[in-house]
Design a binder for this molecule. Structure first.
Ligand code: ATP
Length: 297
């Protein structure tokens, strides 16, 4: 059974805003990304999932628990990082973190301290006077130290610098190795590319694509840009039967799409031409995201 199941979920705020007929399924042990630009519907979906708001139609379950009817149990079970962090009370980060661990009934203060060290967070500061980044780190420390089977995080790296994002990626990988299920929204491509097994893309409240990230990470179809030293070589090469993705005659340059199995063939062919430069164009999740959004426009 899937750990997170969303069926035909709709929350209509009017004027085309909200989420419409969302269907998603996240398996146990999977890191699942939810990608979309501002206002796409990520937070609305997550707030439904956590039972903070009721859908107009459809349903969501977490480990078999209905998000609306069993919201209290879900909040106990899930380590949650909200999109907008607003801590209750006027205590130090440490007091807050210790209470969180006590409240959830799993996780340990020792592990929490290790995570605070990794995130370079001084949790002795008062939570009300913390900077945006410190609040985000405190919320992450609470979630990662909770030892919950499921983590749901809404834009978890907001306010973190690039080095801290790398620490975040490491923490996610550790959780994945422990078999935890992670659902996180983001518009930061790097963290999704490095951590997610699957990503769903949302636009205007609707899912427009589901991606197996291995197909992006280990895409057998590679792109190579080759610049030739003279126009004659360029002309001759482009007359061969390669799949030409881009041709720039003024620069004697061509970009070819070549399957892994045909790379040796390309290398052999290129030996016959004076080549100025040769480089692989890496296809990233960002390229896929931008392309899909353009196609949907
Ligand atoms: N309580 C509300 N009342 C009216 N409209 C709302 C409400 N909450 C969200 N919306 C609208 O629903 C749409 C989806 O918002 P949501 O916050 O889910 O997007 P998001 O993908 O999380 O965006 P962001 O990346 O900016 O956080 C937006 O158009 C937003 O203005």
């Amino acid at each position: 059974m899937a750990m997170i199941e969303i069926n035909n979920l709709t929350k209509d705020y009017g004027k085309g805003r909200g989420i419409f007929d969302i269907n998603l399924s996240v398996e146990k042990g999977e890191v699942f990304g939810f990608a979309g630009i501002n206002g796409a519907g990520k937070t609305t979906t997550i707030r439904n999932l956590m039972g903070f708001i009721k859908p107009d139609s459809g349903s969501a379950t977490i480990d078999g628990l209905d998000a609306t009817k069993k919201s209290a149990q879900i909040k106990q079970k899930v380590a949650y990082v909200p999109g907008e962090i607003n801590f209750p009370g006027n205590n130090s980060g440490e007091v807050f973190l210790k209470r969180q661990i006590e409240m959830l009934g799993h996780g340990s203060w020792e592990r929490c301290q290790e995570i605070c060290d990794e995130l370079q967070l001084d949790a002795t500061a008062n939570i009300k006077s913390m900077s945006k980044g410190m609040k985000q780190k405190t919320a992450l420390a609470a979630a990662f130290a909770a030892d919950s089977d499921i983590l749901i995080m809404d834009e978890p790296t907001t306010g973190l610098d690039p080095l801290m994002r790398d620490t975040f990626i490491k923490l996610v990988e550790e959780q994945k190795a422990l078999g935890k299920t992670i659902f996180m929204s983001s518009h930061i491509f790097k963290e999704m590319e490095e951590t997610c097994d699957h990503v769903a893309m949302i636009k205007d409240g609707k899912i427009i694509s589901r991606i197996d990230m291995n197909k992006i990470r280990y895409n057998p179809d590679k792109l190579f840009t080759i610049a030739f030293q003279d126009n004659e070589s360029f002309q001759h090469f482009t007359s061969l039967s390669y799949d030409l993705a881009e041709v720039k005659p003024d620069k004697n340059q061509v970009t070819v799409k070549v399957n892994d199995q045909k790379i040796n063939e390309l290398m052999n062919d290129l030996q016959h031409y004076p080549v100025k430069f040769f480089k692989e164009i890496k296809q990233t999740f960002e390229d896929y995201f931008n392309q899909t959004f353009k196609e949907e426009a």
